[in-house]
Design a protein around this ligand. Structure first.
Ligand code: ZN
Length: 241
């Protein structure tokens, strides 16, 4: 099985189209989407539509549920709040119902999918340090947990001597170890690389590969200016911060 894994699309259609085109060319069996289809970017409806058309497995992110009033925005910064209010206004009723219906977690074989920390997905906590990863490993039994939320691709392993954090481009997973893999963000990367991120996990080869795809950031920024989304949010796309 070849899984294509995406997360944190955030209404960025140019990034999503580029990623899906490339993933299709690479070839995969099933798309897994770890949430945050909307929020920040100028094309929330189009991104919902495209993701729905993939017939993949999709779970909810905090921005998806915030846009439909299913989770609070008290922890959002000013710009995120402005963007989520705009997103709520423009989302179609059909897409609102779709986002409302997304589950918080999904188990696919020995893979657990959640948007944020797996211990309690509805709290939207981050998994950033090896110590936090160690805590989280205790709360689920699957071998691999796929997450998003921080917009920074990173991999945690649980080994006998503790938990380790590492960056990755491609890694053959050790069948005896457990992993938490953050697949990065399609629509708003924050690891200093502006290119859209996605992962391919080939179960036969046991190989997890991080892909990066350059897209037309300028076009996305123009659209954000047209609908008056915060300049700060447009600027950060080009920086990958
Ligand atoms: Zn996000």
């Amino acid at each position: 099985m070849r899984y294509a894994i995406v997360s944190d699309v955030h209404g960025n259609l140019e990034a999503l189209e580029t990623v899906l085109d490339n993933l299709q060319r690479t070839g995969y069996d099933l798309l897994l989407c770890l949430g945050d289809l909307v929020g920040y970017g100028p094309n929330p409806n189009e991104c919902c539509q495209l993701i729905r058309e993939t017939n993949g497995v999709v779970i909810a992110g905090n921005h998806d549920w915030a846009a439909v009033g299913k989770t609070g925005i008290e922890y959002f910064n000013t710009f995120a709040r402005m963007a989520i209010r705009w997103t709520s206004e423009v989302l179609s009723e059909e897409n609102k119902a779709y986002l409302k219906g997304l589950p918080l977690r999904w188990i696919e074989g020995d893979i657990l999918m959640v948007h944020s920390a797996p211990s309690e997905p509805s709290l939207w906590n981050y998994v950033l340090s090896p110590e936090e990863a160690c805590q989280e490993f205790r709360t689920f039994s699957e071998r691999i947990c796929l997450i998003g939320h921080s917009h920074q691709p990173v991999l945690f392993t649980q080994q006998e001597d503790g938990c380790h954090k590492m960056g990755f481009d491609g890694l053959k997973l050790n069948p005896d170890l457990r992993y938490i893999v953050n697949v990065g963000s399609v629509g708003q990367p924050r690891d200093g690389d502006f290119r859209a991120a996605a992962c391919i996990y080939d179960t036969k080869k046991g190989f997890m590969e991080l892909k990066r795809y350059a897209y037309d950031v300028g076009r996305t920024q123009e659209k954000m200016a047209e609908v008056k989304l915060p300049v700060y949010l447009a600027d950060r796309l080009a920086l990958g911060r």
